[in-house]
Design a protein around this ligand. Structure first.
Ligand code: F6R
Length: 240
């Protein structure tokens, strides 16, 4: 596991954007795994600007998002599809047919999980998975639990995650309580992983990773077993 120390959020975003940009420059038909949340917004802005400036192209890129609230309609302004469209999809030259996100409107979440897994496999797997981390150590919506699931599945959000995501909603009661998420097996199969970590509220779970023990209480510690992970963390997260 490699660690890149950054002074602040902006530097973290710049370094992450540079890594994604070099990935798609070296392999124009890259398969990217992408997160939502507050952390990657700066990275998406820089990638959009690089694309507008003609420095990079998403023309042949395929994306798979990590998760989506469930159930939720795509056009709901709280859906992750809406978030991605606003922050990246509508701002770069991704082909609509190359954009994948778990379907929050699927009638059968189990079938939807199987469909999503099969599509990732059929595409040859994720080349570069970008992750954020929840203040409770979740990656995707793989919440701390004694039972960690390998494939894409429906999951209940913990109170800690609902609290953390309440900042994006008018009131806490509006936060969805369930989601579809890639499983830890999907994430661990990615060829390369970068995890962006910013803010003092992430320092506890980040330090737990550095302790070197894999635990169900902090699902992100699973990344210790992956051969190619780079953590890009700002000073607040490292010293919080
Ligand atoms: C989002 C996701 C989550 C977030 C995590 C951190 O697609 O999978 O694991 O990465 O909750 O969210 P922020 O960046 O808002 O702190």
């Amino acid at each position: 596991m490699k660690l890149i120390r950054c002074k602040d959020y902006d530097e973290m975003s710049q370094i992450a954007a540079n890594i994604v940009a070099s990935q798609i420059t070296l392999k124009p038909d890259s398969i990217l795994g992408l997160p939502t949340g507050g952390t990657p917004v700066g990275m998406y802005k820089i990638l959009s600007e690089k694309c507008a400036a003609g420095e990079i192209s998403f023309e042949e890129v395929t994306t798979f998002n990590l998760d989506e609230y469930y159930p939720i309609k795509r056009e709901n302004d709280q859906s992750y599809w809406y978030f991605m469209n606003k922050n990246l999809y509508s701002r770069v030259n991704l082909r609509p047919e190359n954009i994948n996100i778990p379907n929050g409107e699927a009638s059968d979440p189990q079938k939807e999980g199987a469909r999503y897994d099969a599509k990732i496999e059929a595409m040859g797997g994720i080349d570069l998975q970008v992750l954020g981390i929840g203040p409770n150590g979740h990656i995707g919506f793989n919440e701390p639990d004694c039972c960690l699931i390998a494939g894409t599945h429906q999951t209940s959000l913990t109170d800690a995650t609902i609290d953390a995501n309440a900042r994006f909603f008018a009131k806490r009661e509006d936060v969805p309580t369930s989601a579809l998420t890639l499983g830890l097996g999907n994430i661990m199969k990615a060829k390369r992983i970068i995890m962006l970590v910013s803010g003092k509220n992430k320092s506890k779970v980040l330090n737990q990773i550095f302790e070197g023990k894999v635990t169900c209480e902090n699902p992100a510690t699973m990344l210790l077993m992956h051969p190619c992970v780079t953590i890009i963390a700002d000073e607040d997260a490292l010293n919080g």
